[in-house]
Design a protein around this ligand. Structure first.
Ligand SMILES: Cc1cc2nc3c(=O)[nH]c(=O)nc-3n(C[C@H](O)[C@H](O)[C@H](O)COP(=O)(O)OP(=O)(O)OC[C@H]3O[C@@H](n4cnc5c(N)ncnc54)[C@H](O)[C@@H]3O)c2cc1C
Length: 447
């Protein structure tokens, strides 16, 4: 099939961000009476949902220590709620269950959620936390938990189904999605660094504006656009760090316990909230009783009828390979290098058994197929949503952005000339200005 020679907007990547941006751009053109047909093109070298969006656990939460992240997540949760059916969204809520070291962080999050009208319940103290958790699961047994933040909104969505739903919304408005077309470079003209055409392996497409929603492949587009591989960064104490790598990769560890999802229903037979536990209680092996760790550890999990089991993950680990040498393809479970291993399985299933008696002795049920995938993170592990080179917008969510369904909408409105307050804390120049987001005590880089 011949590819078009020109378009108004070329969006790279048919994941959550590319498609949600295209959807909103189409709405905006429609509103102004401009025809959409053929003027908004989404290009993907593989297919719809073939990147991180198609393997995400799908957790949607507000629980972030950073005020700007919370406000942005509240906006995105609203978009998930706008059409739960097409987004395959399950509004079961979300629980952050923490040890004493994280109690004050959680308390602060609760207070600020209250201030922005995001409904949640905060339970404090060891006994009260145990009682609250046993009210949901009578076999709850995690020791050393002193707070529970229960978000009533949020939950999870079924990764590929959500992204196909999003693609349908965009296509219904006339967006054209070209799959199997790989972007290989950009053309510029007349000494300007603005992109005049997107070069693909099937030909060039002249365009007015480019949107890059390339997930873990953002590193490659950053390089194609000649943006700096290393940056100067001012930290929260005002200290300047020179030549900090712009990107680094982490491996996300996720897996599946192949038991009936009903195994994790609540005492009254309902779907539970997504559960996230962070604790410094010693973690013992459920296989042989040996000590796995005495350091802070964290897991998350949910019953999932799409994965068909109890699905979840643990804190990711840093990929040591120099950033330009990391092989992103083949991606996700197809990678020969970056998949969750047996250490993860041992830790995660033992941690499930640490929390619930019902998971004791279930190591043999761990699904030993490859899972997980890598993500490309910014220097502070929070997103960069910004415009570069005059007509190129980059959506780099630092790999925790499946939940950020509303970002494409905000980005599209900015492209149409309406600056968005919610996006401002995520500009690239925050690194040089020292306007970083505050950091929490969580063992996860994205919390
Ligand atoms: C194992 C795992 C679990 C996760 N769980 C969660 C979660 O529970 N909640 C959450 O909020 N986030 C989660 N994330 C993060 C989330 O999945 C990503 O942040 C998000 O999906 C990124 O979306 P995207 O649209 O930017 O990129 P992607 O979904 O990766 O899409 C990028 C697309 O760009 C295409 N592409 C790349 N290069 C080219 C090229 N040269 N030419 C054309 N097309 C190209 C790719 O084929 C791909 O389809 C998880 C990530 C992983 C890896």
């Amino acid at each position: 099939m011949a590819i078009p020679e020109q378009a108004k907007f070329v969006v790279i990547g048919a994941g959550v961000h590319g498609l949600s941006t295209a959807w909103r751009l189409a709405e905006r053109l429609t509103d102004t009476g401009e025809p959409v047909d053929g003027r908004i093109i989404v290009i993907d070298k593989s297919g719809i949902a073939s990147g991180a969006s198609g393997i995400a656990c799908g957790v949607i939460r507000n629980n972030y220590f950073q005020p700007a992240m919370r406000e942005l997540m509240a906006h995105s949760v609203g978009i998930w709620e706008s059409d739960p059916e097409i987004f395959s969204y399950h509004p079961v809520g979300y629980m952050q269950i923490s040890c004493e070291a994280m109690r004050s962080d959680a308390e602060q999050i609760f207070a600020q959620q209250h201030a922005i009208g995001y409904e949640s319940v905060f339970v404090e103290g060891g006994n009260a936390s145990m009682t609250y958790m046993r009210g949901l699961f009578d076999d709850w047994q995690a020791q050393g938990i002193t707070s529970v933040l229960h978000e009533k909104r949020g939950g999870y969505a079924n990764n590929t189904k959500s992204i196909y739903g999003l693609a349908k919304k965009a296509e219904d408005l006339g967006v054209r999605i070209l799959t199997g077309v790989e972007v290989v470079g950009f053309k510029t003209e007349h000494g300007s660094n603005a992109v005049s055409a997107v070069e693909t392996d099937k030909g060039s497409i002249a365009c007015e504006h480019v949107v890059v929603g390339a997930g873990p492949w953002v590193r490659d587009f950053w390089n194609m656009l000649d943006l700096p591989k290393q940056i100067d960064l001012k930290d929260l104490n005002g200290a300047l760090h020179r030549n900090v790598p712009m990107w680094r990769f982490w491996q996300l560890e996720e897996g599946l316990l192949q038991v009936s999802p009903e195994t994790l229903l609540t005492n009254d037979g309902k779907m539970p909230p997504v559960i996230h536990v962070d604790t410094d209680a010693p973690l013992l092996s459920d296989v042989d009783g040996s000590l796995i760790t005495e350091e802070m550890w964290g897991i998350y999990y949910k019953p999932d009828w799409h994965f068909n089991g109890i699905q979840g993950g643990a804190a990711p680990y840093k990929v040591d390979t120099p950033v330009d040498e990391v092989a992103i393809d083949p991606y996700g479970p197809s990678s020969p290098e970056f998949v969750a291993g047996s250490d993860f399985a041992h830790m995660w299933v033992s941690a499930l058994a640490h929390c619930h008696k019902r998971f004791k002795g279930m190591m043999p049920q761990y699904h030993r197929e490859p899972s997980g995938g890598i993500g490309c993170f910014t220097p502070d592990s929070f997103p960069v949503f910004d415009h570069f080179n005059g007509n190129t917008t980059i959506i780099a969510d630092s790999n925790h952005g499946f939940k950020m369904l509303g970002v494409g909408r905000l980005v599209a409105d900015e492209i149409m000339g309406e600056g968005q307050e919610l996006l401002k804390p995520f500009r690239f120049d925050r690194f040089s200005k020292g306007e970083l987001h505050p950091t929490s005590r969580s063992p996860f880089p994205w919390s």
